[in-house]
Design a protein around this ligand. Structure first.
Ligand code: GLC
Length: 472
């Protein structure tokens, strides 16, 4: 049983329901030993990704050469294509000791775009950029164009920092005409077509953005991690330790790597998949992909809960044959719901269940739902620690800050504690330690500040004459 969880032994339930609940709990339990086994396989896949192209974990080279000095300055525009929103920022960097000035606007992404075609996507982005530029009176000097950082948080392989071939959509996106193509070039084309006064300088993953934005102020940052709709991390490698990379850069050059480790264990060697995980994968737009992400990230946690509750309902063990049609609606319940069921007072959780599922729910059923929410979220947090543990093992990192962002990290009140506990179990930290040597911190704004700092680092590099990995 995962630490910090009471077992359903303490809930008084009819024997059949109790035994089914215990069975589900056992399926979601990840022991310390299992965590260690997962981490070992994880490390192996990370290394394979550095060795050869086409490995399961992509280990994408980002052409972000190390972490910022904190002295980067200048004005930048950034855009962030997120799961539900398109966020635009105008960021003025004035060095690490000064306040960063950000003006931002969030445009709601019409849901149809997520499953539409590339033309609709880029037109929507261009329209929003046009509007943003006008409403914030962003005027480039004379014929100059303002540098643009594009946070594109999907697996893109980069021959250069202003380039990115999308391998596959993740997180439920399914837009025609971008997979296998250069997303940066598509954006550049639409900017040119519309005559927008912007120059794409860098395509940035959210993990790299979180790491760089945090390192701008906090030199102890070792990793940028997203525990949100998706699940992934970035860290800094030495060029000499990336055998697949053929470059003229000296071997000791630092290079940020976007791991894309949501794809860990796509071959199903080690992750403890339940029938619920199998069903989520089967019904997803990209079956067989993102095995790790589908068990641990925010897009899926509520859905896993729905499937376990539906199983109990269909076995005639809860909700007394009330129809529960809402329980059959895929992706009806999100991570916020799951977190509420686990953490709110019991009566509030009961009301939440009743309102959302449109049925009557007893207090005992609420307790059962709470147990499900607990074991699902605890498994997710424990699995999430394996990726970071594997990076630390591989790099011999023994201390530092993991700058984390994403809805699960920020909105689930127990995530960080569970994650930290599991990391200690994997890395054999002494039980009586006063503090953890590797801690999770709240990342600075990766898609705004991070994309701006990376754009600045790129322009500085161009001015200094080092244009390796920059198309221009
Ligand atoms: C998915 C994306 C990855 C991103 C992560 C977190 O795993 O493929 O690029 O970093 O989600 O948003």
């Amino acid at each position: 049983m995962a630490k910090g969880l009471e077992t359903s032994e303490s809930i008084q339930l009819p024997p059949e329901l109790r035994s089914k609940l215990i069975d589900i709990e056992n399926q979601f339990n990840v022991s310390t030993e299992k965590l260690k086994q997962i981490t070992q396989q994880f490390e192996k896949e990370l290394r394979e990704g550095l060795e050869k192209e086409g490995s399961n974990i992509a280990m994408n080279v980002t052409w972000v050469l190390g972490l910022p000095s904190g002295d980067e300055i200048g004005e930048y525009v950034t855009i962030d294509l997120g799961g539900t929103n398109l966020r635009m920022c105008r960021v003025a960097l004035r060095g690490q000791r000064e306040e960063i000035d950000i003006k931002q606007h969030v445009y709601r992404l019409p849901p149809a775009i997520k499953t539409g075609d590339s033309r609709q996507l880029w037109n929507f982005i261009a329209d929003s950029l046009d509007e943003f530029i006008k409403s914030h009176q962003i005027i480039a000097n004379r014929d100059d164009r303002l540098p643009l950082g594009f946070c594109f948080s999907y697996p893109a392989s980069q021959d250069a920092i202003d380039h990115g071939i999308l391998k596959t959509w993740t997180k439920g996106f399914d837009i025609d005409g971008v997979e296998g193509e250069d997303a940066a070039a598509q954006l550049k084309d639409v900017l040119a077509e519309r005559g927008l006064p912007l120059e794409l300088v860098a395509l940035v993953n959210d993990t790299t953005g979180a790491m760089v934005a945090s390192a701008y102020k906090d030199p102890d940052t070792i990793i940028g991690a997203i525990f949100g709709t998706g699940c992934n991390a970035a860290y800094v490698e030495n060029v000499g330790s990336i055998p697949k990379l053929k470059t003229t850069l000296p071997p000791d050059t630092p290079m940020a790597i976007n791991c894309e480790y949501g794809a860990f264990d796509n071959a199903h060697r080690v992750l403890p998949r339940t029938k619920y995980d199998v069903s989520i994968d089967k019904d997803s737009p990209r079956p067989g992909e993102q095995a790790f992400e589908k068990m641990s990230a925010g897009l899926y946690l509520g859905e896993i809960f729905r499937l376990t509750a539906l199983d109990l309902y269909e076995s005639g063990l809860i909700f007394d044959r009330q129809g529960a049609a809402k329980l059959r609606e895929p992706y009806k319940l999100d991570t916020g719901f799951l977190s509420g069921i686990e953490n709110d007072p019991l009566e509030t959780s009961q009301t939440r269940l009743e309102e959302c599922l449109n049925i009557k729910v007893t207090l005992d059923e609420t307790r059962v739902a709470r147990r499900l929410a607990e074991v699902i979220a605890a498994r997710g947090a424990r699995l999430c620690s394996c990726g970071v543990a594997a990076i630390c093992r591989m790099k011999g990192i023994t201390s530092g800050h993991v700058a984390a962002d994403g809805t699960v990290a920020n909105k689930h009140p127990k995530f960080k504690q569970r994650w930290a506990e599991a990391l200690g179990e994997i890395l054999d930290w002494p039980e009586d330690r006063e503090e953890d040597p590797i801690i999770i911190t709240n990342a600075e704004d990766g898609s705004g500040i991070g994309a701006a700092v990376i754009s600045a680092m790129t322009l500085y590099r161009i001015h200094g004459g080092n244009t390796v990995g920059i198309q221009g």
